[in-house]
Design a protein around this ligand. Structure first.
Ligand code: PHE
Ligand code: NA
Length: 514
């Protein structure tokens, strides 16, 4: 085994790399959409509870598992998990921690490549003379590979390969390269985000479109931040909140364990893990909620936002809205937006590349260049079908399995391993060795009982989601003998019959109701 172990250059480097890992497209694209679709202020309380009761315990666990593994010269979850118990099947569970990263990175990098090309199009002024329908249609053509992008066929595929190539190159330079990207990317991201968030907070009603005279950015902000307690009993909202917490903190994937395996033996876990976790939350809650939603609400009104909240907003609506701010500020805003998405994306996709490289090192003693290249080839092979068949909605299905279900399953299993098999007492002292702060003892109990139980609940709820997500109705149905009808979105139904959906605004003519 090749054990010439790399390690992080400095504490700032660790924190920035870990924060870069967590802060990603999830903060700016996924969070606002999840929040709006789940009732705005209704979403926030379950979201924060999930952060405290699942997110933080999982961060503690994954950082501890990772540093423990690194001390024994292991950098990938199959090897690390194997070293934590006597039974031999944990190493197969550890394979999740490699596979999921490669599966997710394959399409994550594709989105990253959109942000890259959108920076270039903003610089070229591509959107300046376009109507909203044109801007929206531009994106649809792009992802369907049917547009004439600079007259180059299959340009999206080329851009994808290029962005993947940038990732491969940085990965081949090792932890030093990752740290450097994080040190440049994170501050820029925050700066760009602050510029846009400032606009989001101050724009009020002054930019309302003539077709939506009542539009006001503040409606968007109020919608997100007025807590509504009624949703606390709605399992659907809890599921969505837990899913978002997982995705945004990068837990349940094996990438935090891999980064943490390069920590020094007695390097602090407690404060470092909380710092990077809270940085992610700060970026998500403060910046993530202050950009897309208020800006779109300011132009088009809150009703439009609620009706159209989706992934497409970032690419199909924002470039048009920016242009309305005039040539100079519009271009600045566009570059800030797509530039911040690019930096958020790349620091996360790098994090998804390292587990595979760590495994190749553990297993075959492969060096960085070989590890990075093999990772790139694998991601390409997995990513190409999703890209070429984008319009068939394969993408969403793929995201659901690789980016949601497998995270929860893996998180549950590793929590059980850490707190029950490895043992909570041992785990607690591992977590606290070298700690710069004292973690409240309550967390020992939360990690051992509450988090696994919550994870089990989330998984069960996903398995048996009732028709139309109507839990009260389903329970009533059970009581009066009508039975429990499964929703087509429940895990069980998904396994038995597929129903593919495309969640983009695929009809550019009606993209905006002008
Ligand atoms: N946390 C990242 C985001 O919010 C996604 C990610 C998941 C990155 C897992 C690395 C590992 O976009
Ligand atoms: Na995140």
């Amino acid at each position: 085994m090749g054990k010439q172990s790399d390690s992080w250059g400095s504490r700032t480097g660790v924190i920035l790399a870990m924060a870069g890992n967590a802060v990603g497209l999830g903060n700016f694209l996924r969070f606002p959409v999840q929040a709006v679709q789940n009732g705005g202020g209704a979403f926030i309380i379950p979201y924060l509870v999930c952060f405290v009761l699942m997110g933080i315990p999982l961060l503690f666990t994954e950082w501890s598992i990772g540093r423990f593994g690194g001390r024994h010269g292991n950098h990938s979850t199959p090897y690390i998990l194997d070293s934590m118990s006597r039974s031999s099947w944990w190493k197969y569970i550890g394979v999740f921690g490699i596979f999921t990263n490669v599966a997710v990175v394959a399409y994550y990098t594709y989105i990253e490549s959109w942000t890259f090309i959108y920076v270039i199009h903003t610089l070229l002024g591509t959107f300046t003379q376009m109507s909203q329908a044109d801007v929206s249609g531009f994106f649809v053509h792009y992802v369907n590979l049917s547009g004439s992008n600079f007259g180059i066929p299959f340009l999206p595929v080329l851009v994808y390969v290029l962005v993947l190539g940038i990732n491969i190159y940085i990965l081949s330079t090792g932890l030093g390269g990752i740290e450097k990207v994080a040190k440049i990317g994170m501050p820029l991201l925050i700066l760009f985000g602050a510029v846009l968030a400032f606009k989001g907070w101050t724009m009020g009603a002054e930019n309302a479109s003539p077709s939506f005279p009542d539009a006001n950015a503040w409606d968007g902000i109020n919608f997100l931040w007025t807590p509504q307690y009624s949703s606390l009993l709605d399992p659907k909202v809890w599921l969505a909140a837990a899913g978002q917490i997982f995705f945004t903190l990068s837990v349940g994937m094996g990438s935090i364990q891999c980064y943490a395996s390069y920590l020094k033996e007695n390097e602090d876990l407690a404060l470092n893990s909380l710092t990077s976790g809270f940085t992610n939350e700060l970026v998500e809650i403060v910046l993530g909620s202050a950009i897309v939603i208020p800006i779109a609400a300011g132009f088009l009104g809150l009703d439009w936002v609620i009706e159209n909240a989706g992934f497409g907003m970032a690419f199909q609506t924002m470039p048009y809205l920016f242009v309305q701010w005039g040539e100079v500020f519009g271009a600045i805003a566009g570059i800030c937006w797509f530039g911040l998405l690019f930096f958020a994306g790349i620091t996360s996709s790098l994090a998804m590349g390292t587990p595979w490289m760590g495994f190749m090192q553990d297993e075959f003693g492969w060096g960085k260049a070989k590890g990075a290249l093999s990772f790139g080839v694998l991601a390409l092979v997995m990513g190409l079908p999703t890209i070429l068949f984008y319009q068939y909605g394969y993408f969403d299905e793929y995201d659901y399995w690789a980016g949601t279900v497998s995270l929860v399953v893996f998180a549950l299993l590793e929590m059980i391993l850490f707190t029950w098999v490895f043992g909570m007492d041992k785990g607690w002292s591992e977590l606290n060795r070298g700690a710069d702060i004292r973690i409240p003892v309550a967390y020992k109990w939360i990690m051992k009982y509450i988090t696994p139980i919550l994870l089990l609940l989330v998984l069960t709820a996903a398995l048996i989601t009732p028709q139309g997500n109507d839990w009260a109705g389903a329970i009533a149905g059970l009581v009066n003998g009508e039975g429990w009808e499964l929703d087509s979105g429940s895990l069980i139904s998904k396994v038995s019959h597929e129903e593919l959906k495309l969640h983009l605004i695929n009809d550019p003519e009606n993209a905006l109701l002008y």
